[in-house]
Design a protein. Structure first.
Length: 188
């Protein structure tokens, strides 16, 4: 992306940053229009190493076209995604405020060499990850038996914004959480 930000990007960021979380859902049609414009104006190309490096970090889901409860955006829930393609790892976390921990799904990530926007996802373990006590993190994780191919097409990515489309047809808009470390989410 160049030095100037398209007005559609600025408008989308404003809608996604609205508080409380989830208020952007009322703007569904406009958000989908803005995403379409940005996908055409600044398409991601993951074959470019500088674009790949933009994926690294923690992202918060701020809008989703899905009606699934675990993909909704709500003021009382942090829906986070940590991506470390350089390590071939990723994690999704649903976190309630406070010390209760998070519902976590860990995944193996692979950039698809034949598709410039595709990240293949193989879910490995899932369950509950709690707080650290005595230097050890409480957790209950089980292996996940993934019976379907999963992938994300990263259609737009920059330092603040990531737009992607999932294998089930879901459209996602996420904002970077620079104050969070992907290593914190991936920590065993």
């Amino acid at each position: 992306m160049g030095k100037t930000s398209p007005p559609e990007r600025r408008e989308l960021l404003e809608l996604l940053r609205q508080n409380p979380r989830g208020s952007a859902n009322r703007q569904r049609q406009r958000i989908e229009q803005l995403i379409g414009v940005l996908e055409g104006a600044q398409p991601a190309d993951l074959s470019d190493p500088s674009t790949q490096s933009l994926l690294e970090g923690v992202w918060e889901l701020r809008w989703s076209s899905s009606q699934q409860p675990y993909l909704t955006v709500a003021p009382w829930l942090e829906n986070l995604q940590g991506l470390a393609p350089s390590q071939g790892r990723g994690v999704n976390q649903l976190r309630l405020p406070g010390p209760l921990g998070a519902i976590t799904v860990e995944a193996q990530l692979t950039l698809d060499p034949d598709r410039a926007q595709r990240v293949e996802v193989r879910f490995r373990r899932g369950g509950w990850v709690g707080p650290s006590l005595g230097g050890k993190r409480l957790q209950w994780l089980q292996d996940v038996q993934q019976s379907f191919p999963a992938w994300l097409d990263i259609t737009v990515v920059d330092r603040e914004l990531r737009i992607c489309r999932g294998n089930a047809g879901t459209l996602f808009a996420l904002l970077r959480r620079p104050e969070l470390s992907v290593d914190q989410l991936l920590k065993p």
